[in-house]
Design a protein around this ligand. Structure first.
Ligand code: FE
Ligand code: CA
Length: 541
């Protein structure tokens, strides 16, 4: 071992020790705050005196991030959710929580007290430790003398367990004004273990009145914390969305509309001053965290939030949740004759080929590549917001690309596919959203080259409500890209992945656009991915 390596080794050891110590310190602080001993503190905060006269659980309950021994529980107290402060007193209050093995709470296994304060919009994020693996649990909260609705959740199997099945519902892109969350109503009833949300949980922009099915409660004017909070709260007032959260644990990634259309890193074309945009991003990230079942360890700090995370489901499935926005390179060829629709579509733009351009950022790329190479999971799911396989429409002027998907980042896509193509990384399935169509596609080592080997499969879920391309353009896109096995843009819905050690059955569920409360979802198509065979195969519905 060289001297350098020794020093670095000692340094790493110390760093690990420090991070263990600071985690222990944080845990002690956490326990002091939330343990039964904290009651006196709660009384000092005036909790004993606080009795809510209106329903405080208007936004429902949610759970997420299931691990083999823990799960995150969420709620937010908001008797008047569309008002600044949510109608809560401007002070911290106590919220008790219970986790039980039965829906009647006869067998409570964990309980505790959390503190909900105005700094976090009276939201509660509890990471419940020491749970049993592969177990269904029920949870509820109590605050202001009221009891919340009951949520149902579950833990993942232990990483050394070999589960025979995992069922996942995938959803994305739920613009409130374009339609109803009818798909969520079905997901809430579905026999699934978890919901994977692929991004565009809220949309910050209104839609034209002729396309509008219902209205956002408020319009954004200042893009400040108050507005993002009210906007998130207004989405949660939808009963179908609340039901979907209460029924299953969620794993989530974000895309652009959680902050601002098409933003990339610290850049946005509508808020051109960087400092101003980072203020918007800070507010948006914070409100996002406050309204979703995300671990308190990942709470945002200023304009940064740790979105990337890895989750395991026994040895059956490994999930990498990726952040495709925070570290993304700035858009190119805007305001040139190579761009259409304000830079949304590009053709013949040489700058897209720059090797430094990235969707994930170099650190996250390396983290993913390392994780994939070391994974023992039978299936490896790369969870990211958009379509990876080529979707450019071939015209006489050359390919016309959508600037927000991986077509506009060919060097980064090469690096991603190189990591996937390593001989020890079989059975990779890339999952995406954003393009508002169901897609099943083959991923080749070199996209678009029919001589290049197929190395992975891709499943992209259609939107819950947001409109897609016309069927004419979708057909044109498919004939330009023969590796697309299935694509349909005219239906809204969600997808179910039925995962077993031998194969994945993907069912694309769809209903006509726009999604209305009485719309019927039907099976649009089915695809199968077999273990050891890269690329999905379409089967008759
Ligand atoms: Fe979208
Ligand atoms: Ca998007």
């Amino acid at each position: 071992m060289t001297l350098d390596a020794t020093i670095i080794g000692a340094f790493m050891q110390r760093r690990r020790l420090f991070s263990r110590l600071s985690r222990a310190a944080a845990l002690i602080a956490w326990q002091q705050l939330f343990a039964p001993g904290a009651r006196a503190q709660g009384d000092a905060m005036g909790e004993a005196a606080w009795r809510a006269s209106e329903d405080v659980f208007t936004l429902g309950v949610a759970s997420g991030e299931p691990r083999h021994d823990s799960v995150v529980l969420w709620t937010r107290l908001a008797p008047r959710p569309l008002e600044t402060g949510g109608g809560m007193p401007p002070r911290a209050v106590e919220v008790t929580w219970d986790v039980a093995e039965d829906a009647e709470f006869g067998r409570i296994v964990r309980s505790g007290i959390a503190v909900a304060g105005p700094d976090s919009a009276h939201s509660v994020h509890v990471e419940v430790p020491d749970l049993r693996p592969d177990q269904v649990y029920f949870y509820r909260f109590r605050a202001g003398g009221q009891l919340s609705p009951t949520g149902r959740t579950r833990t993942a199997p232990h990483p050394l367990q070999s589960p025979q099945r995992l069922r996942v519902a995938m959803a994305s892109c739920q613009h409130f004004e374009y339609g109803h969350f009818t798909g969520h109503r079905e997901i809430a009833q579905a026999d699934v273990d978890l919901v994977l949300f692929m991004g565009d949980y809220i949309y910050e922009t209104p839609v034209a009145s002729r396309q509008r099915v219902r209205r956002h409660a408020r319009r954004f004017v200042h893009f400040n914390l108050d507005e993002y909070r009210i906007h998130h709260a207004s989405y949660k007032l939808d009963a179908d969305l609340r039901a979907s959260h209460a029924a299953h644990p969620w794993l989530m990634i974000w895309d652009d509309h959680e902050v601002f259309n098409d933003y990339a890193g610290d850049f946005n074309r509508d808020v051109t001053n960087r400092e101003d945009f980072l203020r918007v991003r800070t507010a948006a990230y914070r409100a996002y965290f406050e309204h979703l079942p995300i671990s308190p360890n990942r709470a945002p700090v200023g304009p940064r939030m740790a979105m990337q995370a890895r989750f395991q489901w026994g040895d059956l499935a490994d999930f990498w949740l990726l952040d495709g926005r925070q570290f993304r390179s700035h858009p190119v060829c805007r305001n040139t004759w190579h761009s259409l629709r304000r830079g949304n579509l590009l053709w013949d733009c040489a700058e897209v080929n720059t090797s430094e351009r990235t969707v994930l950022g170099l650190d996250q790329e390396a983290w993913l590549a390392q994780g994939l190479a070391g994974s023992m999971g039978q299936w490896k799911f790369v969870v990211q917001p958009t379509q990876i396989s080529p979707s450019a429409i071939h015209t006489r002027l050359g390919p016309l690309l959508y600037a927000d998907c991986w077509d506009a980042f060919p060097a980064a896509r090469e690096r991603l596919l190189e990591a996937i193509a390593q001989p020890r990384v079989p059975d990779v399935v890339c999952l995406g959203g954003d393009v508002h169509r169901h897609v099943a596609a083959r991923l080749r080592r070199h996209p678009g080259d029919p001589a290049s080997p197929v190395i992975a499969s891709e499943i992209t879920v259609t939107s819950m409500t947001s409109p897609g391309l016309s069927e004419l353009l979708t057909g044109w896109m498919m004939s330009s890209n023969p590796d697309i096995v299935h694509a349909r843009s005219d239906q809204r819905g969600y997808a179910i992945l039925d995962i077993t050690p031998e194969r994945i059955d993907c069912e694309f569920r769809g209903m006509p656009h726009p999604a209305l409360p009485k719309s019927q979802l039907r099976t649009q198509a089915r695809c199968v991915i077999e273990r050891g065979v890269a690329g999905p195969r379409k089967v008759l519905a």
